[in-house]
Write a protein that binds this ligand. Structure first.
Ligand code: MSP
Length: 508
């Protein structure tokens, strides 16, 4: 049994999820589904990052207690994932007592080991990013991703000796080329690690911020939100003693956005090293989604697409497909209503949906809706059969590198090949010739069986629609993987007609 652990970022629950959140979660979910289909024992984790100033402020503005506010929004996130077909195995909440226990234990251990000390801190603090920032990072007095400039703060903080782990981290990143992907982010971190990174402030005075996990030996301070949140990757596994932790760690892939790259490298790697936790296996770093205006999608700019509305309008599977196809993981890219509609109409309705609809209609018309048995395969069928056999391994290799768009693209190229095959084989002409009856059977069967392979290969991306396709093909409801040619669609089975992807005509 091989174990794979996949995590999304643990989201700040100060609002409803937006498309940027959906982008990370959908990628993680699709990877989890592929690995599960390939036979791995998979755990997918997502969750709610409920502590910190950001949440405390948002709660105050809403006139609610932080706990009630965070609880309400955590549920909104859980519900949103359900509606986007993101199916986590665990949903961690940083307010859960089991999580708080792990955080307290880790702090105590590090304090006793001399990894934590008290000192005065003066610096610029970004509430938006929940971290102290350096002058170098500021453009026009603020961080690019923040609305407000950072504030100057002088206060006693506990510090974690992060700098002491810098050389180790540098060697780890140098020795493990695949640790941070894609490579541009690895390079960015290697550059940062060449210079001193300083120690990490890991507490806030409780009289300023009480919404957090108390520092176990000093009630005057609460734990810094990132120190708390990063440990939520191990606390739901029952760290340090539970078998789940032993199985799933460190076979982990963290899926994150580029704005939280530093915290997931400098902070998290040094923390794990100090705690004796093996470093994660891989960090998959995404770029940012941009609105139709080419600027980073955000609520304040109003240039975003609401993921739940989009799922309602275009169908959840068309949205999932667009997210992975349209913006290559690791790079920035635009997602707008027009883009989703185009993907739905062209790729899904015209190419895949139409292939299925035409084929099923021909089986109904020429063979009474019953799957015919194939006769002799010619070279063109042999080529398709060979391609269908290669695709599962090819797709998995791309998935392993989080190149989900390329994986889906390779399946869609196969769909195009099938469309060409149907056009060239002209079943409608064969149907007029009684001597070509065997040939017609073979052509129809070939497309049906190839469509069943497509249904399996795209099921992790579009679980609902591909299940519907399997049902139309008269296949077993559960998806298969690496199915032998001839084993999926059985001659003599009844198929049904149906439209998988209704086209949308009202661009807007
Ligand atoms: N709570 C922290 C993560 C802690 S992980 C231990 C956090 N939360 S967040 O809700 O602000 O952001 C979560 C993720 O959403 C980040 O990976 C971020 O990159 C991603 N996105 C937010 N806006 C985005 C886009 N416009 N595009 C793509 N992803 C973006 O940070």
């Amino acid at each position: 049994m091989t174990y794979r652990y996949i995590t999304t970022p643990i989201y700040y629950v100060n609002d409803r999820p937006h498309l940027g959140h959906a982008y990370a979660s959908v990628h993680a979910d699709i990877m989890a589904r592929y690995l599960r289909a390939a036979g791995h024992q998979v755990m997918l984790l997502t969750g709610a990052d409920e502590h910190g100033e950001k949440i405390a402020r948002a709660a105050q503005q809403a006139g609610e207690a932080p706990a009630a506010f965070a609880e309400r929004h955590a549920r909104t996130f859980e519900d949103a994932w359900r509606r986007l077909s993101v199916e986590p195995d665990r949903f961690v909440r940083t307010t859960a007592p089991a999580h708080a226990r792990v955080v307290s234990d880790c702090l105590t251990r590090l304090f006793e080991a001399g990894e934590i000390y008290l000192s005065d801190y003066e610096g610029l603090y970004s509430v938006g990013q929940e971290r102290f920032v350096t002058e170098k990072e500021l453009v026009d007095g603020k961080l690019a991703e923040d609305k407000e400039p950072p504030v100057l703060r002088r206060e006693p903080n506990y510090f974690f000796r992060m700098e002491a782990h810098r050389q180790w981290m540098r060697e780890l990143v140098l020795d493990t080329p695949g640790l941070i992907q894609p490579v541009q982010y690895r390079n960015e971190i290697l550059k940062l690690l060449e210079e001193p990174i300083g120690d990490l402030s890991i507490s806030r005075p409780a009289d300023r911020l009480s919404w957090g996990i108390p520092i176990p030996w000093d009630a005057g301070h609460v734990t810094y939100v990132w120190f708390d949140a990063l440990l939520s990757y191990v606390s739901p596994l029952g760290y340090p003693d539970d078998p789940a932790y032993r199985h799933f760690w460190p076979a982990v892939r963290h899926v994150i956005g580029k704005d939280i790259l530093r915290t997931h490298t400098l902070f998290w790697l040094s923390m794990t090293h100090a705690l004796g936790i093996a470093p994660y296996q891989r960090l998959h770093v995404s770029g940012h989604l941009l609105g139709a205006d080419g600027r980073k999608m955000s609520k304040s700019l109003g240039n975003g697409v609401d993921p739940l509305e989009a799922a309602q309008t275009y169908g959840v599977d068309a949205l999932r497909y667009t997210l992975i196809r349209e913006v290559s993981f690791g790079f920035d890219g635009i997602i707008s209503h027009a883009v989703i509609e185009q993907r739905l109409n062209r790729d899904l309705a015209d190419d895949l949906g139409n292939l299925a609809a035409r084929t099923l209609a021909m089986v109904t018309k020429y063979r009474g809706g019953i799957v015919p048995a194939p006769h002799d395969y010619e070279a063109r069928e042999q080529a398709l059969i060979a391609r269908a056999a290669q695709l599962p391994a090819l797709v998995l290799a791309l998935v392993d590198e989080m190149k989900l768009g390329r994986a889906a693209e390779s399946v869609m190229e196969f769909v195009s090949q099938l469309n060409v095959y149907v056009a060239n084989s002209a079943p409608w002409t064969l149907a007029k010739d009684p001597d070509a009856s065997g040939r017609l059977d073979t052509v129809l069967y070939t497309v049906l069986e190839a469509l069943s392979a497509v249904a399996n290969l795209l099921s992790p991306v579009m679980p609902g629609k591909m299940q519907a396709l399997r049902a139309l093909l008269g296949m077993a409801p559960a998806p298969g993987w690496e199915v032998r040619w001839g084993d999926a669609v059985k001659p003599g089975t009844r198929i049904s007609e149906g439209i998988l992807f209704p086209k949308r005509a009202d661009a807007g």
